[in-house]
Write a protein that binds this ligand. Structure first.
Ligand SMILES: Cc1cc2nc3c(=O)[nH]c(=O)nc-3n(C[C@H](O)[C@H](O)[C@H](O)COP(=O)(O)O)c2cc1C
Length: 429
């Protein structure tokens, strides 16, 4: 019977166990030394036994950023500046993959305002969006890239992945969910293109499949490439990805040479379907956050829409343990590459049940690592694992500060107290 402590190979990537940190930490990009900022979070995870860290969405072109704090790799030297991070993770016995992506429509305004060259750059979308969605993007509308421009973006992913390899990362993951650009190419709700990047599921997956091939060319065919993508979505706009198509996407990804997939439920409009839990009322009241969020939103209307949208989605998607189980287990039955589970996994018992039933190959945990950097020790130790429950309350107070460009942290005051109690206990032990 497979357990969390068993090693696994993902393509050429050898992992000592099956626990990974899901990509969440977007806020280190604006730090003076992002490698050190990330290392402060990730090295304790690896020291506590974590097999794999997936570093949060890092954009491959500056105008593809979602928030001011998001890491951007537009030059080789910015990737190489991160090199101390993989080295530190390796030193602590773990592995690290970097997620690469592009914000698409939701490249927030503050970024464009702060960085003059991009001030007038409209965000990218695969096709024109319905008019009623225009309050969500910039007044100038969206830019629908030509076939040549999409092919140039494909090439860019390949080059950035080669830099990632040079910097010591053990692989890359494509950020294909969360209503970002790669998601928007995958979904029939938004992608109405008539060129080779649109049409049926084969056409809509062409972008990620071509990126896979470009990475093989630039970074080497043996460089591990993973895909996180929506295998189920809800859309108020038109046809959406249902589970049958979600399975089809996984099969196409396997054929294209992806080394693993993370299938998730992620709606077409950005909401908390991907991170289910509470409405972060405190964040929307905190002075330091409100002002920055207003700036980032670009207009009072968008600011209000963000709050209302989030309130509605937390009502629609309350926290439920292991909510993606029907999705990843269905995908697992249909492909032979490893399937990564994520979403609401909070106890070692849940992790064990997924692995024992062969419903997925790796167990991902996102928000709980903010509050408990040593979570992996408790998940992996036989003694602790029978009774342990992660402290994270899935309150989602970690989301809003990151949208405003503040660091990725646990902002739940109850858990701050828990952390300081534990630190005191550990130092007196
Ligand atoms: C603050 C925050 C930032 C996130 N950033 C990313 C990201 O950069 N890329 C991504 O694919 N998913 C991102 N996610 C989604 C997580 O990877 C994960 O799928 C989700 O939080 C559910 O797992 P959990 O219940 O263990 O937190 C983010 C989630 C949160 C809360």
């Amino acid at each position: 019977m497979t357990t969390l402590r068993d090693p696994i190979k993902v393509g050429g990537l050898e992992l000592k166990n099956r626990l990974y940190r899901a990509p969440v930490l977007e806020g280190a990009g604006s730090a003076k030394d992002p490698a050190a900022a990330y290392a402060r979070h990730f090295v304790p995870n690896a020291e506590a036994g974590l097999g794999l860290v997936i570093q949060g969405n890092t954009v491959v072109v500056p105008e593809g950023r979602t928030s001011t704090g998001m890491s951007c790799i537009d030059e080789r030297r910015s990737m190489l500046a991160l090199a101390p991070l993989p080295a530190a993770i390796h030193g602590a016995g773990g592995k690290i993959v970097i997620q690469l992506g592009h914000a698409g429509v939701f490249a927030l305004d503050s970024w464009h305002r702060d960085f003059r060259p991009y001030r007038r750059t409209p965000p990218w979308a695969p096709s024109r969006l319905p008019r009623w969605l225009s309050p969500l993007h910039r007044p100038g509308g969206v830019h629908v890239p030509s076939t040549r421009e999409v092919a140039e973006l494909v090439a860019r992913f390949g080059v950035v992945a080669a830099w990632a390899r040079e910097a010591g990362y053990d692989g890359v993951q494509l950020a294909g969910a969360n209503a970002k650009l790669l998601h928007y190419f995958l979904t029939p709700a938004i992608n109405r293109r008539r060129d080779r990047y649109g049409g049926d599921v084969v056409g809509r997956t062409a972008l990620v499949r071509e990126i896979r091939a470009a990475i093989a060319r630039e970074a080497g065919a043996d460089y591990p490439v993973l895909l996180k993508y929506p295998a189920l979505e809800w859309s108020p706009i038109g046809p959406s990805i249902d589970l049958a198509e979600g399975i089809e996407i996984a099969k196409l990804a396997e054929l294209a040479g992806f080394d693993a997939v993370t299938p998730v439920h992620a709606d077409v409009l950005p909401n908390t379907s991907i991170a289910r839990g509470g409405y972060p009322a405190d964040s929307f009241r905190r002075r330091g956050v409100i002002h920055k969020l207003r700036q980032a939103s670009g207009s009072p209307l968008r600011d209000r829409l963000t709050r209302v949208g989030m309130w509605l989605s937390t009502r629609r998607y309350p926290f439920t343990p292991v909510w993606n189980r029907p999705i990843f287990s269905a995908v697992k039955e249909s492909v032979s590459i490893p399937v990564f589970a994520v979403g609401g996994i909070r106890t070692p018992g849940e992790a064990a049940s997924i692995l024992a039933a062969g419903q997925a190959d790796l167990i991902g945990i996102g928000r709980p690592f903010y509050a408990e950097p040593d979570l992996s020790r408790r998940f992996l130790s036989e003694a602790d694992s029978a009774s342990f429950v992660a402290a994270c309350e899935s309150c989602n107070e970690c989301i809003v500060p990151q949208m405003a460009g503040l660091p990725g942290l646990c902002y739940n005051p109850r858990l701050t107290k828990l952390r300081s109690r534990r630190a005191k206990r550990d130092s007196s032990a």
